[in-house]
Design a binder for this molecule. Structure first.
Ligand code: GLN
Length: 542
């Protein structure tokens, strides 16, 4: 038996993917925190990549970056946004990492001549990753979300690890929450429980009896449906929880509180209820979000816009900043490849502001540069993030400084004006995975600049994910021509922020503010950007 006091909650999913296990985990984490428990949330991803850093966003949505510079699953973004608890390397584990660690141990001879197998070696490694968080940081509760859907071949070792851990931890030390879908058949006007029953049977085949079922549904469920699910899936009626569709994911913690998911789980874990979660600030946020006084349109220019999850943290940051300003922010996604010199005006003229997104590679760059020029020349509020900032710099060099052919060496190695260039420490790196400048770095902000007004602080830290940087050889030329480097890394002088003081609101940042915006601390840059757009909001609802 394990002796530590941490309690474990496992969240599995059945029937279909994308039911919102991450949101349920984050909501549960939020409720337990609000009751006074310390909580960590972790995601186990059954794919073989070491991390999502090398994945194309079309494959996996956004790659979220933590303070410690780990490239992780976008669900970790939800965890931080909901709980304000920072995540790290230990909060996201993939099959690739599990196998790498087991193979390294085998090469070192740690297994003393044994045959290395999925059971027990892989499952032991999975259990070690789960217990590590509780052990090292002494959380009261660790919530572990198992990626994928029950029945997937690659999820099997994880489910087996859960089965073993449940047994090892003994009664009242762990709970399995299974999230399934209850589809509604409009032809017969019925909600169907059979897929849920089958999904629970799938778990049972693997030796795991879920303790709590969360039923995702488009239509409200009546008590008969809940009873049926309870009876056929061997759970108590009170352990069947409904999760119906709501307007915003930020209502889910409130719905789960209503459904008493936290109380049901605390009961099973024999933990005290402690204080009742008031969620006052959360409620206030949702109220502001749902009762906007103004409405604006912001263009989000990127090259992965077909998949909304590609820019998840940016979208969420606009929601946080919108609520703060009591303004509905409609994010209009525009494919950068669809923008050219002739149509840029018609595509951007009705927007209250434009954000140029992060990205990699040459595809879609011309459109981004055209857009940066249009917003600069037409005094339209602009925020450029990472590649977005770099495009604004290239555009300024070409059209204001007159540096014909200025470029980033990412797109043209032989450009006569490499205004964006590969960072020195990147020059000898050949491996792609986990080798960018990643995670949190300090930035000093110049007094009397727009961003100083925004942050009201001279020293900030922000998260990064890039290989290229502003080329300081050209800094003087830019400053003479009116572009100010208003934030720099104090150790390396790397330009972190550029702005145009003569423009209404034109800011480019080398870092990613979107990773740090949460419900309770909306990011100041997004808040200020939205505020500026609201001041001209052409679509006021008042
Ligand atoms: N491709 C650019 C770089 O590596 C920008 C990266 C980004 O937007 N995250 O510097």
């Amino acid at each position: 038996m394990t002796t530590q006091n941490t309690k474990y909650i496992f969240v599995t999913g059945g029937v279909a993917s994308s039911l919102g296990k991450g949101i349920i985990s984050a909501s549960l984490g939020k409720l337990l925190l609000a009751r006074g428990y310390s909580v960590a949330i972790q995601k186990l991803d059954p794919y073989i990549n070491i991390d999502p850093g090398t994945l194309n966003p079309y494959e996996h949505g956004e790659c979220y970056v933590t303070e410690d510079g780990t490239e992780t699953d976008l669900d970790l973004g939800h965890y931080e946004r909901f709980t304000n608890v920072l995540t790290s390397q230990n909060n996201n584990v993939t099959t690739g990492q599990i196998y790498q660690s087991v193979i390294n141990k085998e090469r070192r001879g740690d297994y003393l001549g044994k045959t290395v197998q999925v059971i027990p070696h892989i499952t032991d490694e999975i259990k070690r990753s789960i217990k590590l968080l509780g052990k090292r940081y002494h959380y009261d509760v660790v919530i572990t979300e198992i990626g994928g859907t029950v029945g997937d071949i690659e999820s099997l070792p994880y489910i087996e690890a859960v089965r073993q851990l449940k047994w090892e931890l003994g009664p009242h030390n762990s709970v399995v929450v299974h999230l399934t879908l209850v589809p509604y058949l409009s032809a017969s006007g019925e909600s169907k429980t059979k897929p849920t029953q089958h999904s629970v049977k799938g778990l049972l085949e693997n030796g795991v009896q879920p303790d709590v079922l969360v039923l995702r549904t488009e239509h409200r469920l009546n008590v008969d449906i809940r009873k049926k699910v309870a009876q056929f899936c061997n759970v108590e009626l009170g352990s069947v929880v409904e999760s119906h569709d709501v307007d915003t994911i930020y209502e889910v913690p409130l719905m789960m509180k209503e459904e008493e998911l936290d109380l049901t789980i605390l009961n099973k874990l024999e933990l005290a209820f402690k204080e009742d979660p008031k969620l006052m600030r959360w409620n206030k946020f949702v109220k502001k979000l749902k009762n906007p006084k103004k409405e604006i349109q912001v263009g989000l220019i990127g090259k992965y816009v077909e998949l909304p999850d590609s820019y998840k943290s940016i979208q969420e940051s606009f929601i946080h900043a919108g609520a703060e300003n009591q303004c509905k922010v409609n994010v209009v996604t525009i494919h950068s490849e669809d923008i050219n010199e002739n149509n840029v005006k018609s595509k951007l003229k009705d927007l209250d502001g434009v954000l140029i997104a992060p990205g990699f590679g040459q595809r879609g760059i011309d459109g981004k540069i055209q857009a940066a020029r249009y917003v600069r020349e037409n005094n339209i509020p602009f925020l450029g993030i990472c590649l977005g900032m770099q495009c604004a710099v290239i555009e300024y060099a070409r059209n204001v400084l007159g540096y014909d052919g200025a470029d980033s060496t990412e797109f043209n190695r032989r450009t006569p004006y490499p205004v964006i260039d590969l960072m020195e420490e990147q020059k000898n790196i050949t491996e792609k995975g986990g080798t960018m400048r990643l995670g949190s770095y300090p930035c000093n902000i110049k007094a009397d600049t727009r961003v100083y007004d925004v942050y009201k602080n001279q020293h900030i830290r922000e998260r990064h994910r890039h290989r290229y940087e502003f080329n300081n050889l050209y800094l003087e030329d830019f400053e003479k021509a009116g572009m100010v480097a208003s934030g720099c890394n104090p150790d390396t002088d790397l330009v972190e922020i550029i702005e145009l003081p003569k423009h209404r609101w034109f800011v480019g940042v080398q870092f990613h503010p979107e990773y740090k915006s949460t419900v309770l601390s909306p990011h100041p840059l997004f808040v200020a950007f939205v505020k500026e757009m609201c001041s001209s909001g052409s679509h006021s609802q008042e």
